[in-house]
Design a protein around this ligand. Structure first.
Ligand code: KIV
Length: 265
């Protein structure tokens, strides 16, 4: 049985921190299923870390459904959230409903995540009204990379900070259960977290958020095209894999693999 949105909200009410990681495939989801992770996000960061794209803009609804289905097949006990890709919800309420409906029906996700505040508030209200739980995403919203002109810390001045606080409150009033705060100063994130009853999940937003999220390939040392300041590496799997592959190549070359124990008689 997967965790529910209500259980996540309850954790905030009890002052307990919420853990969230991205995941994009079955084998990793099986590993995560052995842990007490609260939320799995099938993030559109799959564009960068799994598909080798420069940014998240090319990802499609089909890509998101395909990867979320793979994660779902592992039956993870975490709440399963799927990102809505760029231009799958911005155009209007009808299109947002149609695409979010497909994601929930076809992928098995329990909630969707959307980037933005006041500009997409009607879409958020409509999704919630259609019984689709919504997680917002403010601050450095990667789908706005072309407007930002790169991946930069947001809300550095007073008016930008006020805009994020206002957007976060609008998302809460529209019925979102949670909001990701990405790359914003710690004190702004603290102010937002204290002002909201819904859950704030930080990534590069300091320790005062109700929970934290990292891209799993970043925290496991599987992706080093770029490493933002907020990433902590908990393992260096790419080095371990490289060594294993070199050992395999050497053993194949030396005729040591396959040995008796790997051979049918
Ligand atoms: O796509 C993603 O992985 C995300 C997280 C970084 C929050 O949106």
């Amino acid at each position: 049985m997967s965790k529910t949105v209500n259980q996540i909200l309850q954790k905030k009410a009890e002052g307990k921190k919420i853990s969230m990681l991205t995941c994009y495939d079955y084998s990793m989801a099986k590993v995560l299923s052995k842990t007490d992770l609260d939320i799995i996000l099938v993030g559109d960061s799959l564009a960068n870390v799994k598909l080798g794209m420069e940014n998240t803009l090319p990802v499609t609804v089909e890509n998101m459904i395909y990867h979320t289905q793979a994660v779902k097949r592992a039956n993870p006990p975490s709440l399963l959230v799927c990102d809505m890709p760029f231009m799958s919800y911005e155009v209007g309420v009808k299109e947002a409903l149609r695409n979010a409906g497909r994601i929930i029906k076809e992928s098995g996700a329990q909630a969707v995540k959307v980037e933005g505040g006041s500009e997409i508030i009607e879409q958020v209200k409509a999704l919630v009204k259609a019984n689709i739980p919504v997680m917002g995403h403010l601050g450095l919203t990667p789908q706005a990379v072309n407007r930002f002109g790169g991946f930069k810390v947001q809300a550095k001045d007073k008016s930008a900070k006020e805009k994020i606080i206002e957007d976060a409150k609008m998302l809460q009033d529209a019925g979102a259960f949670s909001v990701v705060l990405e790359a914003i100063p710690e004190l702004a994130a603290k102010e937002i977290s204290q002002a909201l009853s819904i859950v704030t999940i930080g990534i590069g937003a300091g320790k005062f958020c109700d929970g934290q999220v990292l891209v799993i390939d970043d925290m496991l040392g599987m992706f080093d095209d770029f490493k933002p300041k907020f990433v902590k590496r908990y393992a260096n799997l790419s080095t371990i894999i490289e060594k294993a592959v070199n050992d395999y190549i050497d053993e194949v070359g030396a005729g040591k693999f396959p040995s008796e124990e790997n051979t049918y008689k």
